[in-house]
Ligand binder design. Structure first.
Ligand code: GFB
Length: 318
């Protein structure tokens, strides 16, 4: 991509999209286009088509999706399946119709089978049953990957798909019930500290292992893929390092400065027992993440404290 090429970032205000926009701007890309949710409903095919007619982007990065943590996925399978299918099919089809030079489709590590051998290599895709708690989201992401591959096969379109691991960082959604584990726990710990609660609840057994990537590291990987990767085959994006949930809580307690107890809530699901990506394909392209988990957590905590004062005060009043 050249610095003046027109690049459309779908989902520019979310965790991933905002990191991509930050990095593109920092690198001097001047022709970025995006639209707020109020002004462009990505689940509306006609609206998406009109947007492409007007804007004619040369490059497209799909960071837009209906996302959420394990309970949100489990409780709202229709939203996760239907909305994500619509968003992906509308943007991918419009990108073909309007001759986009290259499209990057963002998948998810949850597309891999529940009982995948670790670390998870790209070729394990479609070789086994999915984790039920996030099956709806995974099916929508799998459909988007297959659609990109179909456009490549039938028309030669350069539509690539990256599979990121669990992401976190500035701009994430922080709340108790529907957020992903890392922002949910960060939020719970800060509130517990501010309100002198003696314990916080951690869902499930605390034993599942996850691989967490700081979102600015993801953005660097995505730009590298836009420059260097031109295959319809999926490619993993992660750190290659995982941690169990209880150890993550201990790190977060240190970062936040909370010394209360941890109580396990066994009524909540564990989800996939293990999930660590094999990132050797990405490494061969010359990529290595920069943030350690501790650095990423510290940075995310700093951002959260600067932005979440209102939420904490509301909690204190409740
Ligand atoms: O991040 P998370 O919500 O989803 O939860 P997944 C990861 C693990 O953390 C699970 C545990 O074992 C949870 O039981 N956990 C402990 C908690 N305490 C909490 C808490 O307070 N909140 C949350 N949310 N979890 C997601 C999918 O799966 O992975 C998405 O739901 C997406 O669709 C993403 O695919 C990559 O990591 O299990």
């Amino acid at each position: 991509m050249n610095k003046t090429d027109k690049i459309y970032i779908a989902g520019h205000s979310g965790l991933v999209g905002s990191a991509v926009v930050r990095l593109l701007r920092k690198k001097g890309y001047t022709n970025l286009v995006y639209q707020t949710r109020e002004d462009l409903d990505l689940t509306d095919k006609t609206a998406v088509d009109h947007w492409f007619v007007r804007q004619r982007p040369q490059f497209v990065i799909i960071a837009a999706a209906r996302v959420g943590g394990i309970l949100d996925n489990d409780t709202h399978p229709v939203d996760f399946l239907y909305q994500n299918l619509q968003i992906a099919t509308n943007i991918i089809h419009a990108s073909h119709e309007h001759k986009v030079e290259k499209l990057l489709n963002l998948g998810s590590a949850c597309i891999y089978p529940k009982d995948s051998q670790q670390p998870i290599r790209e070729e394990y895709f479609m070789t086994g049953k999915l984790e039920p708690t996030n099956e709806a989201y995974a099916i929508a992401k799998i459909a988007a990957i297959k659609l990109c591959q179909a456009y490549h096969r039938q028309y030669g379109d350069n539509f690539i798909s990256a599979m990121p691991t669990n992401l976190y960082g500035p701009g994430d959604t922080f709340n108790d019930s529907f957020a992903h584990v890392l922002p949910a726990l960060l939020h719970k710990l800060v509130v517990a500290k501010e309100t002198n609660q003696p314990f916080i609840k951690v869902w499930g057994s605390g034993k599942p292992r996850r691989e967490f990537m700081f979102v600015d590291d993801l953005a660097r990987a995505l730009l590298l893929l836009m420059d260097k990767y031109n295959s319809p085959e999926i490619i993993n994006v992660g750190t290659g390092e995982d941690i169990n949930i209880l150890d993550l809580v201990e790190m977060l307690k240190t970062v936040v400065g909370y010394s209360g107890e941890i109580v396990l809530d066994g009524t909540k699901p564990d989800g996939m027992p293990l999930r660590r990506l094999d990132v050797s394909k990405l490494r061969k392209l010359g990529y290595k993440h920069e943030y350690t988990l501790l650095q990423g957590l510290t940075e995310t905590h700093r951002w959260y404290m600067a932005h979440a004062g209102k939420a904490i005060k509301e909690k204190q009043r409740a």
